[in-house]
Every structure is written in structure tokens, then in C-alpha cells.
Ligand binder design. Structure first.
Ligand SMILES: [Zn+2]
Length: 262
């Protein structure tokens, strides 16, 4: 499932093709278009040049001069840059054809989507419910937001209106690095726990963004997710899976003490 580092990689992919002239926008599956149609996109974008890309949380904004294409990858979305002659796979939904290659949006489950924003104000409207981007979020602001929360840490980190960009895997990774149990109440962190959380978030995110994805290497908790008997990369204890607010969470009983049940 794409999280901030994957979307950041997609953002860099698009940005690397800034300057390309848009020749056409085509299907075959316009059902991923959320507020527009192929005709409308074609009318607005044809003859303009890709001017760059930006990202907020898991949302990608492809700039085409003043208009923008806003993309969310959902659960299975991918962006690819392919030569016009490259074979298509059956999950490719929408293609932006340029004078030098094609930007293709593939999405098996179609939980992602594409929005058209004719001007920058529309982008703001589309993204206005999001909290600060996780990669650049200010630690004190983030801790202030957590302190005001009633729910558990794990659900707070997943809430895009609190902080934007984290998914299930990164949230588990960050909490494990910070020695914090996912079911802790968000409002109960003391100062040093808060600092630990911010540091873990920054380090995990920076490393994953550099890789273009969340590493599944042995020193990462994420590297244990597919194991049949996952072990803590730090202390070797058997990791546990728990459901927290409906999301499966991986954590270490030795490193992440369970909160009081009071
Ligand atoms: Zn451990």
C-alpha cells in the first residue's frame, strides 16, 4: 500500500519529466476520474507542458502550468513513465501522452483516483482537510495535536487530518522505533516520549524517502511483516500482531510496554 515514501518517489518521477508537452489524455478506464472526464482533461491540458510535481501527505499534484492533476494512489495505485510503444498491463487506467513518453496511472483495485484542478485554488480546496505533511511537520505542533486527541496513538498517526502521509506500515515502524505501544492514548505522552516519537518519525521517513519506499531490510520492523514468526530486530523477542481500531498492528512486547488498562 503506497505511503508517503512511495508517493514521494512518484512525485520525483513526474518532476523529472517537467517540460514535456501534453499531446493527449486517454483511457481505457475513465472510472478512476473523480471530478472530471477524459474530454474535459483533454480540452484543458492538451498543448500545455508538464511544469512539475508536488506532494502533500499521500496526495500528488502534477502541475501543468496553472491547471493541476491531483492523484491519490489508494491501495494499489502506481504511476509509471513508459515509452509510447510499451505494452500496457490490464490495470493501466489513464494515460497522459506527451511528446516524449507517457505517464500511466495503473490501479488494480481502483481505490485511488484522479482529480482535475483548473487552478491552484482548487488544489487547496481538494487538500484542505489534511494535516501538516509528515515529512516537514513541526515536532511541537505534532505533539500539540496528539495531546489534544482522545484516541490511541496508532489511530492518531493514521489520521490524515492530524498528520498527512503515514499508513499502517510506517505508523508501526515509527511507534516501534520510539518504544511506544500502538494502543497508548495519544494524550498521555510525556515530553521525552514525545521527543522520541518525533525523532523516530523523522528518521524513518527520511530513510524511506531516500529509498523511494519503506525498506523491508532486517533492521526495520517492516522487514518482519511477512515473516511467519516475526522477531524484534532490536531485542529478538517474538513480535505480536494486534488489532487496534480495526487495523492490524505489529509491535514488540519487550520494547513497547503495554499501557495501563486503567
Ligand atoms: Zn524488541
Amino acid at each position: 500500500v503506497p505511503e508517503l515514501p512511495d508517493v514521494d518517489a512518484a512525485c520525483r518521477l513526474v518532476a523529472a519529466h517537467a517540460g514535456r508537452l501534453i499531446l493527449d489524455v486517454c483511457g481505457p478506464d475513465a472510472s478512476v476520474l473523480r471530478n472530471t472526464s477524459l474530454e474535459e482533461m483533454r480540452d484543458l491540458l492538451r498543448g500545455r507542458r508538464l511544469s512539475g510535481a508536488s506532494r502533500h501527505g499521500k496526495w500528488l499534484v502534477v502541475h501543468v502550468g496553472d491547471p493541476s492533476i491531483v492523484i491519490h494512489l489508494g491501495m494499489t495505485g502506481q504511476l509509471r513513465w513508459e515509452p509510447a510503444t510499451a505494452d500496457r498491463d490490464r490495470f493501466e487506467r489513464v494515460t497522459l501522452a506527451t511528446d516524449e513518453g507517457q505517464l500511466r496511472f495503473a490501479d488494480r483495485r481502483k481505490l485511488g483516483g484522479i482529480w482535475l484542478a483548473p487552478d491552484p485554488g482548487q488544489v487547496d480546496t481538494l487538500l484542505r482537510g489534511l494535516g501538516p505533511d509528515a515529512l516537514s511537520a513541526d515536532c511541537d505542533e505534532l505533539l500539540g495535536r496528539l495531546a489534544a486527541r482522545r484516541g490511541r496513538l496508532k489511530s492518531a498517526l493514521l489520521d490524515q487530518s492530524l498528520v498527512a502521509g503515514l499508513g499502517n506500515m510506517l505508523s508501526d515502524e515509527i511507534l516501534w522505533r520510539a518504544h511506544l505501544h500502538p494502543a497508548r492514548r495519544a494524550s498521555t505522552l510525556n515530553t521525552s516520549e514525545g521527543r522520541r516519537l518525533c525523532r523516530a518519525l523523522r528518521r524513518a521517513l527520511n530513510a524511506a524517502v531516500k529509498k523511494g519506499q519503506i525498506p523491508r531490510t532486517p533492521s526495520w520492523l517492516s522487514g518482519q511483516r511477512a515473516a511467519t514468526a516475526p522477531r524484534c530486530p532490536r531485542c529478538g523477542a517474538a513480535l505480536q500482531w494486534s488489532r487496534i481500531n480495526g487495523r492490524s498492528s505489529l509491535w514488540c512486547p519487550a520494547c513497547q510496554p503495554e499501557p495501563d488498562s486503567r
